[in-house]
Design a protein around this ligand. Structure first.
Ligand SMILES: [Zn+2]
Length: 362
C-alpha cells in the first residue's frame, strides 16, 4: 500500500517537472525560429530582430520579411494580420499600413472583393466595418450607404442593395445609358435607359398578334410555348403590345402626362428610353374572355407561377412597387431565358434586386 502511494507521488512529481521544464524551455529558447523561412531568418539576423522568435510564429511576418517589406514601426500590426494567399499580399499590407489602417482593419480589407481592395488603395482611410461580409458591397457607394442607413434605418443588407440600385436618388434623376442593349439580361428602368436610336435585332411578329406586335426572335419563340401551355391549362391569353420604338413610347408617355400629369403617369408608363418594351423582350398580355380588366385573378396567378418555365418573369409585382416605381402590372412579362427567369422567380426578388445581388461584380 505504502509502496503504491510512493510510486504515484513520483509519477506526479515527474509530470510536474516535465510540464515546468517545457515552459522554461519555451521561454528561454528561440523556439519559434524553426518555423521561419531561411530568407526571413537572414533578415531577422541582419537587423537584430531575434525578439520576433519569442512571439508566436506569424506567416504574415515571415512573408513580409522574406519579401523585404519589413518596417519596424509596424511589427505589432503585422502580427495581427491573418495570412491570405494573394499575390498582392505583401504590397497591399505595406500600402494599407501607410494609408493608416491597423492590422485588424487590414484583415477586414482582405475580406472585401479584389475590386474593392484595389479601389481602396487610391482612397484615404475609410470606415467600412459595418459592411463586412455583404457580398454586393461597393466601396464607391460607402458615403451613400452611410447616409441612407441614417435616413431610413433599414437593415444593412437592404441599404447596400437599395443604394446600389440607386433608390436613394429620385427616379430618373441620375439615369445612365445602357451599354449592352442587345444582352438578353439587361436592366432597363428609371435609372438605366436606352439610346433613342436603339432598335433590337431579329424582331419578328408574334404568332398571335392582330396588330403586328413584335419581339426579339428568341423571346417570340418562347412566347408561343408559353401561350400554348396556358391554353392547355384553360387560360386564354393574347398579346397586345410588345416592341415599342423610342418615338412611339414618347407619344404614349406624352399623352398620359397630358391626361394625368407627370407624377401619376410615371407610376404606369415609362418615359421614352426607359421602357423594357424598347428591348423587344417585354410583352403585355390580355385575356379576351375577361371584361373590365386585362387579366382576372386566375389568369394572373397562372402567369405569376408558370411564366418562368418559358423564360419570362412578371416584372412589376405589388411587392416590387417601391423598387420598380411602377404600380402592379400583372400583364407585363419580360423575357430572360428559362434559366435566369427560374432563378429570379425562385428568389422572390424584383429583377433589380436579383441583378444587383447575383449578377453584378463589385
Ligand atoms: Zn408593358
Amino acid at each position: 500500500m505504502r509502496k503504491k502511494l510512493k510510486k504515484s507521488v513520483y509519477l506526479v512529481l515527474f509530470i510536474i517537472i516535465l510540464i515546468g521544464g517545457f515552459f522554461i524551455y519555451r521561454s528561454f529558447s528561440n523556439n519559434n525560429k524553426k518555423y521561419y523561412s531561411d530568407e526571413a531568418i537572414k533578415v531577422i539576423e541582419e537587423e537584430n530582430l531575434s525578439d520576433i522568435y519569442k512571439e508566436d510564429y506569424s506567416k504574415t511576418l515571415d512573408t513580409i520579411l522574406k519579401n523585404g517589406a519589413y518596417e519596424a514601426e509596424y511589427l505589432e500590426e503585422y502580427l495581427k494580420i491573418d495570412y491570405v494567399d494573394n499575390d498582392n499580399f505583401t504590397s497591399y499590407i505595406s500600402k494599407f499600413l501607410n494609408i493608416g489602417y491597423n492590422g485588424n482593419e487590414i484583415n477586414n480589407i482582405f475580406k472585401l472583393s479584389e475590386k474593392n481592395q484595389e479601389k481602396l488603395l487610391d482612397l484615404e482611410k475609410k470606415d467600412f466595418s459595418k459592411y463586412i461580409g455583404i457580398s454586393n458591397f461597393n466601396i464607391d457607394n460607402l458615403e451613400r450607404y452611410d447616409a441612407y442607413l441614417e435616413e431610413t434605418n433599414k437593415d444593412i443588407e437592404t441599404v447596400v442593395t437599395y443604394v446600389n440600385i440607386n433608390l436613394d436618388k429620385p427616379f430618373y434623376e441620375d439615369s445612365t445609358l445602357v451599354e449592352n442593349p442587345h444582352d438578353l439580361t439587361v436592366i432597363v428602368n428609371k435609372y438605366h435607359h436606352l439610346d433613342k436610336d436603339f432598335v433590337p435585332d431579329n424582331l419578328v411578329t408574334l404568332f398571335d398578334s392582330t396588330n403586328g406586335a413584335k419581339m426579339v426572335k428568341e423571346a417570340a419563340d418562347a412566347y408561343k410555348l408559353f401561350i400554348d401551355a396556358a391554353k392547355k391549362d384553360n387560360i386564354t391569353l393574347q398579346s397586345t403590345t410588345a416592341y415599342r420604338s423610342y418615338s412611339f413610347q414618347n407619344i404614349l408617355y406624352t399623352n398620359y402626362v397630358a391626361e394625368d400629369g407627370v407624377e401619376l403617369a410615371d407610376t404606369y408608363s415609362a418615359r421614352p428610353g426607359s421602357s423594357e418594351h424598347q428591348l423587344g423582350l417585354a410583352v403585355d398580355l390580355n385575356d379576351p374572355t375577361v371584361s373590365g380588366s386585362r387579366l382576372d385573378d386566375k389568369d394572373y396567378n397562372w402567369v405569376l407561377n408558370n411564366s418562368y418555365k418559358y423564360g419570362f418573369i412578371v416584372r412589376y409585382t405589388e411587392e416590387g412597387v417601391p423598387i420598380t416605381g411602377y404600380m402592379e402590372e400583372p400583364w407585363h412579362i419580360r423575357y430572360l431565358g428559362v434559366e435566369l427567369a427560374t432563378k429570379v422567380y425562385e428568389s422572390k426578388l424584383t429583377y433589380e434586386e436579383y441583378y444587383d445581388l447575383y449578377m453584378m461584380e463589385y
